[in-house]
Design a protein around this ligand. Structure first.
Ligand SMILES: [Zn+2]
Length: 109
């Protein structure tokens, strides 16, 4: 048999189900409901929970995107630093070569 958790539509407490008469009674607030009212209410609640979970998932996905953009920005900065470092090393290499050539020229002249 399918077990369905039924809560009171007006107060949310656990309901006493009278399946024979298709009725439900709430001991907490004293409300009487038909089975259809209770089922509709629990279905609406289920949909609301799903919608809320969807929103949470979307927000998590959005925050993951933010993290990715942050990493991409850091990578771009690192790339530009590395590019600058490479340029400095290349310039220093060329300068050293020119100095060596100049020293050799002076010695043999
Ligand atoms: Zn109730």
């Amino acid at each position: 048999m399918k077990v369905v958790e039924n809560t009171c539509p007006s107060c949310g407490a656990q309901l006493k189900m009278d399946r024979l008469n298709r009725k439900a009674h709430c001991d907490y607030c004293g409300g009487d409901f038909t089975l259809e009212e209770v089922m509709n209410e629990s279905e609406i609640r289920h949909e609301e929970t799903q919608k809320r979970q969807e929103i949470v998932r979307e927000r998590q996905a959005a925050s993951n995107d933010d993290t990715n953009y942050g990493i991409a920005a850091i990578m771009m900065v690192l790339d530009s630093i590395l590019g600058a470092a490479k340029r400095i090393v290349f310039t220093a290499f060329v300068l050293v070569l020119l100095i060596i050539i100049a020293v050799l020229l002076v010695r043999f002249m």
